[in-house]
Design a protein around this ligand. Structure first.
Ligand code: SF4
Length: 450
């Protein structure tokens, strides 16, 4: 496609919109379900085992681009107290499940995310993982996010002891000037050392998180970053677009003194990286993800089993994901519930012996249909279009917009299914937004789609 045509399309479609790690997106949730209902659902849906997400919110220093839920602390004793509260939360769930079902709970997977999981002192990490070990299933998979700046050999040995084999390293960019602007100094050798320790400890799948669209990034600098990535050969790569939302993450204002790539220039950075990755035999998957063949991600994708949830793309198969820790989100087929985002409120609820929930959503039949279409688009690149959940006028609008996107070359129809084209991949979020009746135009709570 000619450059000017792509620029025109980016100008037409680039707008704020959800990343659809859930449908409905969190700002559109309809409120916390009664806690008894959530627990009943859990007791009904946990029989095939659950996936656990555990959020460790602490980081030792602030990366200026960060939009995550994190607390900057230098003192690791915060981690020790926090692990005590995770234990309380876990015990509330455990008591409830055991009392009501008299069945043994099985954990199919644990994902340790943050913040920075290895902010925890190794002893505290060990204490934490010991809580769950008696419940892990035979096919258990453990995954953790790794910050190479604070991860020690002791952490990695503990992960090995608990059969964790998947790791995601926050790399973002190897260019020293970009790192300096972002406040995250992390030389190549440091990442190389972490990868080597992880490989020696039996890591089966390593992911690198990279970001395009950071301040001072150029076409040449992102190429150099990818060339360094090549030396370490992670199995998968998540290449996220930088989301500049200083009204949500005020520290991002510090980046505004640099040039921040936007629109077409930002997209070009992605394309430069994509071409390099393609030459290195990485396959593009859904939104912003790349994988070598024979990884679990690639296998799930090629078998049509890939899912999308709050961790992004996942190969998890349990019907329930239980989120522990401040701000964590849990989900079952019928509900989403979220823990308090404020650490004090999270601790206070647990001190009262209550689940620390504050927000949630109950899925309607319409939500389930729309969610399935959006999941299909993100995870398979095609979907049947069902307008039955919509009022007649909105249903007509959906079809009109699809006709327009078809004319723009973003989608095509095959066997009564709507398929993303290569060009449509760039506008995946915009295409999904067509199906979302909750969206107001230009909703600034979301990052831009391109
Ligand atoms: S380490 Fe991760 S979570 Fe912590 S501030 Fe940096 S980007 Fe954010």
């Amino acid at each position: 496609m000619k450059e000017e045509n792509l620029i025109e399309l980016i100008q037409k479609y680039d707008s704020p919109g959800p990343r659809y790690t859930s449908y409905p997106a969190v700002p559109h949730w309809n409120g916390l379900p009664k806690k008894e209902k959530w627990l009943q659902a859990l007791n009904r849906d946990f029989k095939d085992g659950i996936d656990l997400y555990i959020h460790i919110p602490f980081c030792q220093s602030l990366c200026r681009y960060c939009g995550c839920n994190r607390l900057i602390k230098r003192d690791r004793s915060w981690g020790r107290e926090y692990v005590g509260y995770l234990k309380k939360e876990w015990e509330i769930y455990l008591r409830n499940i055991e009392e009501n079902s008299h069945q043994t709970l099985k954990i199919n997977s644990i994902h340790l995310g943050g913040g920075t999981p290895t902010f925890l002192d190794p002893i505290d990490l060990q204490q934490l993982l010991s809580l769950f070990e008696p419940f892990t299933s035979k096919s258990f998979k453990g995954a953790a996010e790794i910050d190479p700046r604070v991860t020690q050999r002791e952490h990695i040995n503990i992960f090995k002891d608990f059969n964790f084999t998947r790791f995601s390293l926050g790399v973002q960019d190897f260019d020293p000037e970009v790192q300096k602007a972002c406040g995250r100094i992390q030389p190549f050798e440091m990442v190389e050392e972490s990868v080597s320790l992880l490989r020696n400890a039996g890591a089966k799948e390593i992911n690198f998180d990279l970001i395009y669209g950071l301040p001072l990034q150029t076409r040449d600098s992102i190429k150099r970053t990818i060339q360094l990535v090549k030396k370490l050969k992670p199995e998968t790569i998540a290449l996220y677009g930088y989301a500049h939302v200083p009204w949500v993450a005020p520290a991002q204002k510090l980046l505004e003194k640099y040039s921040i790539p936007k629109g077409f220039e930002k997209r070009t950075l992605y394309d430069y990286a994509r071409v390099e990755l393609d030459q290195m035999k990485y396959k593009e998957i859904g939104l912003d993800h790349f994988s070598l063949e024979q990884t679990s991600l690639w296998q799930a994708y090629s078998e049509g089993q890939l899912k999308r949830n709050f961790m992004g793309y996942t190969t998890q198969v349990s019907p329930v994901t239980l989120g522990l820790g401040v701000s964590s989100i849990s989900q079952s087929p019928q509900f989403f519930v979220q823990n308090h985002k404020d650490l004090k409120k999270y601790y206070d609820a647990l001190d009262r012996g209550q689940l620390p929930l504050f927000h949630g959503h109950t899925m309607s039949d319409q939500d389930l249909i729309i969610s399935r279409m959006i999941q299909n688009l993100f995870c398979k690149g095609h979907t049947q279009v069902d307008t039955s959940p919509y009022e007649a006028s909105f249903g007509r609008l959906v079809m009109e917009k699809l006709i327009m996107m078809n004319k723009d070359g973003l989608i095509e129809w095959k066997n009564k299914e709507m398929n993303l084209t290569k060009l449509g991949q760039i506008f995946l979020r915009n295409i999904a937004m067509i199906f979302d009746p909750n969206l107001q135009s230009n909703d600034q709570r979301f990052s831009r789609t391109v």
